[in-house]
Structure formats: C-alpha cells, structure tokens
Design a protein around this ligand. Structure first.
Ligand code: PEP
Length: 249
C-alpha cells in the first residue's frame, strides 16, 4: 500500500478575527518534533486568508479556505473564487462541508464543480462527505457515501490534488464520534471506491476523519486503518489543542 503523508487540517468555520492569527504563529512555532512528517493546514474565514498566509510563510503550516465559487470571476455578489483564494495565498480549499450542503443547499454536482475550480486555480481540493444520523440509523451510511463520492468527485482525481474528508454529520460539533470499527468501515469503503475509480492515484488520496476530534480521542481515531489525518473544527481554534491532535500521529 502507498505511504500516505498524514494531514491535520483545521476548519475555523465562521470564527476568528485578525487577533486570532497569533494561533497560527503558535502552531508554526510548535511544529517539528513528533509531527515533523505531518502536513498542517489551517482554513480561516476568507477575510483572514491573505494575512494568515503572510503569518504562515516560511513555516510548514499551509493556509486554506472553507469554500469557493465554481466560476473564476463574474456577477456573483458575495462569492469568492478559487483564483482569488490562490491569489491571497491559499493552497487548499474545503468544498462540500456539511454546513455548506445544509445551509446553502449545495448539491453533489455543485461540490464537484467547486473541486474542479480548486484545481483550475492550483489548489488542493478537500471534498467532504458524510451521513446524517437518520441515514446511519437506517443502515444507509455506505450507500450515502457511495452516492456522494460518485457525484462530488470529478474525473481525474489524483493523490496530489484531492483529499476526502469523512465527516458524519451527527458527529460534527456534537462531541459524539463513531466507534473505531465504524470509522474503519467507512474509510475502508471510501478507499475501495477511490481505488476502483482512480486506480493507483486513489490509493494515494488521503482520507481524513472529521467530527468532534479533540486531543483526548485523536490517537484512537488516527490509529484506524485508512485514516490519514483529521479535519478538525472546534479544537482547531486553539494552537495547543490543534498541536496536541497533530502529535497524535
Ligand atoms: C468540521 O467542521 O469539519 C468539524 C469536524 O467540526 P468539529 O471538529 O467541531 O466537530
């Protein structure tokens, strides 16, 4: 099996002001040591991307964004394109987060177009998928993940251009997490689909777990097969928590 370099990514969501950028400086200072071989990424709100990138320059912390529009420019008031994010210093963008899918009614087709926009701008696309609580209780988790993968991933995905984040919707911001066995099942299924569709490249795509990852549960979750890192929401806002999670690898 391919050796996949772990990625610990922080999603600040709609949190943070310029004063919060000190956390990125602290993460950069805390780098090295145990998590020397782990990629670190922080995705602040769009207005902070430019300054965050300046703070992170010359460190191993990369800066990403939380969403992008599918078009490069145009009459789309309030939207931000992948090209603008790249111009501001981002190297990655999250697309299809469940909060976007829920509150902005983003479909798999839109997420797929956003992933293609990310590539057009030279950004790594982090595509999020995950089942709701009702879907899990109905035994439909893998079916839902299969549909989301088929619809949200463009053709031509490569290990270098795509990261998949498995984020059970019911685990996001709730303090609840799936069991290691459930995580193993979901990640194994995602890996199989990636290899089926993208061959050797699919073997190299990193699959992150997201949903209430914190310092106390990171090691257990990250030890699961086919878990190549974490997408961290709440616990990414404090450098000490984020670094503790990164150290779990
Ligand atoms: C997320 O927003 O991607 C997430 C996983 O949030 P939290 O870690 O707060 O559950």
């Amino acid at each position: 099996a391919a050796v996949r370099r772990p990625l610990v990514a922080g999603n600040w969501k709609m949190n943070g002001l310029r004063a919060s950028l000190g956390e990125i400086g602290l993460i950069a200072q805390g780098q090295g040591g145990l998590w020397r071989n782990t990629d670190l990424l922080i995705c602040p709100p769009a207005p902070l991307v430019f300054t965050a990138a300046a703070v992170a320059i010359g460190t191993k912390v990369a800066i990403g964004a939380q969403d992008c529009h599918a078009e490069a420019s145009g009459a789309f008031t309030g939207d931000v394109s992948a090209e603008m994010l790249a111009d501001a210093g981002a190297t990655a963008v999250i697309v299809g987060h469940s909060e976007r899918r829920t509150y902005h009614k983003e479909s798999d087709a839109e997420v797929r177009a956003k992933a293609q926009a990310a590539w057009r701008a030279g950004l790594l696309a982090i595509v999020c998928i995950g089942e709701t609580k009702d879907e899990r209780l109905a035994g439909k988790t893998l079916e839902v993940l299969g549909v989301q993968l088929a619809g949200s991933l463009p053709d031509g995905c490569t290990a270098a251009s795509l990261v998949v984040a498995y984020e059970p919707v019911w685990a996001i911001g709730t303090g609840l997490t799936p069991t290691p066995a459930d995580v193993a099942e979901a990640h194994g299924f995602i890996r199989d689909r990636l290899v089926e569709r993208f061959g050797a490249e699919g073997e190299g795509v990193r699959v992150l777990y997201g949903g209430s990852v914190k310092p106390s549960n990171a090691a257990e979750l990250m030890a699961v097969a086919n878990v190549d890192g974490a997408l961290v929401g709440g616990a990414s806002l404090k450098a000490s928590d984020f670094l503790a999670i990164a150290a779990a690898y």
